[in-house]
Ligand binder design. Structure first.
Ligand SMILES: CC(=O)SCCNC(=O)CCNC(=O)[C@H](O)C(C)(C)COP(=O)(O)OP(=O)(O)OC[C@H]1O[C@@H](n2cnc3c(N)ncnc32)[C@H](O)[C@@H]1OP(=O)(O)O
Ligand SMILES: N[C@@H](CCO)C(=O)O
Length: 381
């Protein structure tokens, strides 16, 4: 099995290690929205900058589906990839560590240190297929416990894209008094039927892989890498635009053989295969399923009257960022958020990269973050 899964240690950790390194904090037992119970949740995180005496300069970065705490920084032990928002954190950077304490947590259910399916169940074996259903609200509830443990009553900003943007919005709705500024990129206030539909064959691909073994594949020497790879191929198409894929690959052949000849392969097929293999080598299939289901659960309006009613309670200075070529989280979903949140602003980025534009257009994203997160930023209303 080549999947790299890091399950964090049990027990408390504190902000005492070198900046940028992953650390762990136990937030204790957590009761989940749909009735599950996790007896001891550990949150993995990285941080940059210094928390001020008032604990008022903290910015929380929320990663997307297969991201993690490594927002910036080189590859290295525990970091199979360089930072996914390289250049955005540091002195004088858009997330300016001369001013802000920037912290990124790994999401509940993930596979980079926070409690997830690969973590130990109280019986000592991995949770595996027993890992409970977690919702976006559960994930944010855990992050609120994490903030409590750090003594952060109110975030100067909560920022994230895609699945991370879901948590940003849930934070702003569930804890309006705890979020001064919010930035949700390429995201939505609720998972749409189209998004849930795209997720469905991905989950089926993983769960029908014979190596999935009901989710209890840890230690068997087999993992559902084929299913996870199929899921990534499907997902990756939705993350990029027709314009980009068609312009970049056209009808090019990958191999010497013609794409229409026997054994030939289109370049775009090879590209998807490459991304499938990369993800299968760095991500846990159980986490992929758990997190995909958590995205499907996302609906800030559930039990709160309606999506619009929930968003109307937000008091954070809110910036909503959409990518004009995003076919998975189309601009209309960001517009819905901006129209419902009091005083919110909508920025639509022009990019050929589709949904992944929030990861790739770092210069544009950085400018927006720099401007919006200044404490003197535009007040709501
Ligand atoms: C720490 C961790 O575990 S992960 C943290 C980082 N990752 C994340 O957070 C997830 C978010 N990232 C992603 O989803 C994506 O990887 C992105 C958005 C970063 C990819 O963006 P891009 O830079 O545009 O990469 P792109 O889609 O062009 O793919 C480039 C890769 O495809 C390969 N490629 C390009 N064309 C082809 C082809 N025809 N055949 C095969 N491979 C190809 C390139 O060689 C390159 O390989 P490499 O990444 O192994 O160097
Ligand atoms: N490329 C992103 C897409 C999800 O928003 C990821 O893998 O996390």
């Amino acid at each position: 099995m080549s999947v790299i899964v890091e399950a964090g240690p049990a027990g408390p950790g504190r902000i005492e290690d070198p900046p940028g390194d992953r650390r762990y904090l136990s937030v204790g037992p957590v009761d989940l929205e749909t009735g599950g119970h996790l007896p001891d949740v550990v949150v993995a995180y990285e941080s940059w900058g210094t928390l001020d005496a008032e604990r008022s300069n903290a910015i929380l970065i929320e990663h997307a589906l297969t991201g993690d705490t490594h927002v910036v920084g080189p590859m290295g032990p525990g970091h199979p990839s360089p930072g996914w928002w390289e250049g955005l954190i540091g002195p004088g950077r858009p997330l300016d560590t001369d001013r802000f304490f920037v912290v990124a947590t790994n999401v509940l259910g993930g596979c980079r240190g926070t409690t997830g399916p690969a973590s130990a169940h109280p019986d000592g074996r991995p949770w595996g297929g027993r890992f409970p259903y977690v919702t976006t609200r559960d994930q944010v509830a855990v992050e609120a416990l994490f903030a409590d443990a750090l003594g952060i009553d109110r975030w100067a900003g909560v920022v994230g894209g895609s699945m991370g943007g879901m948590r940003v919005l849930e934070w702003a709705v569930a804890f309006p008094e705890r979020v001064a500024a919010a930035v949700a990129l390429a995201s939505t206030a609720y998972a749409t039927a189209d998004q849930i539909a795209w997720c469905h064959p991905q989950i089926v691909a993983i769960e029908s892989d014979p190596d999935f073994q009901g989710g209890d594949y840890y230690g068997t020497g087999r993992a559902p890498e084929t299913g996870l790879g199929i899921a990534r191929r499907i997902a990756h198409i939705t993350y990029r635009s027709d314009e980009e894929l068609s312009g970049r690959f056209g009808r090019d052949a990958q191999t010497q053989l013609s794409p229409v000849g026997e054994g030939g392969q289109f370049a775009v097929e090879s590209y998807l295969d490459h991304h499938a293999g990369k993800l299968a080598g760095r991500f846990d299939a159980n986490s992929y399923v758990v997190l995909t289901r958590s995205m499907n659960s996302h609906d800030v309006g559930r039990g709160r009257g309606s999506v619009a009613a929930a968003l109307a309670t937000v008091t954070a200075r809110t910036l909503v960022v959409a990518i004009d070529s995003d076919r998975l989280y189309p601009v209309r979903l960001s517009r819905e958020i901006a129209e419902a949140v009091p005083g919110a602003r909508l920025a639509v980025l022009r990019s050929p990269h589709g949904h992944d534009g929030f990861l790739l257009e770092t210069a544009l994203v950085g400018d927006l973050l720099r401007e919006h997160l200044l404490p003197s930023g535009r007040p709501i209303g």
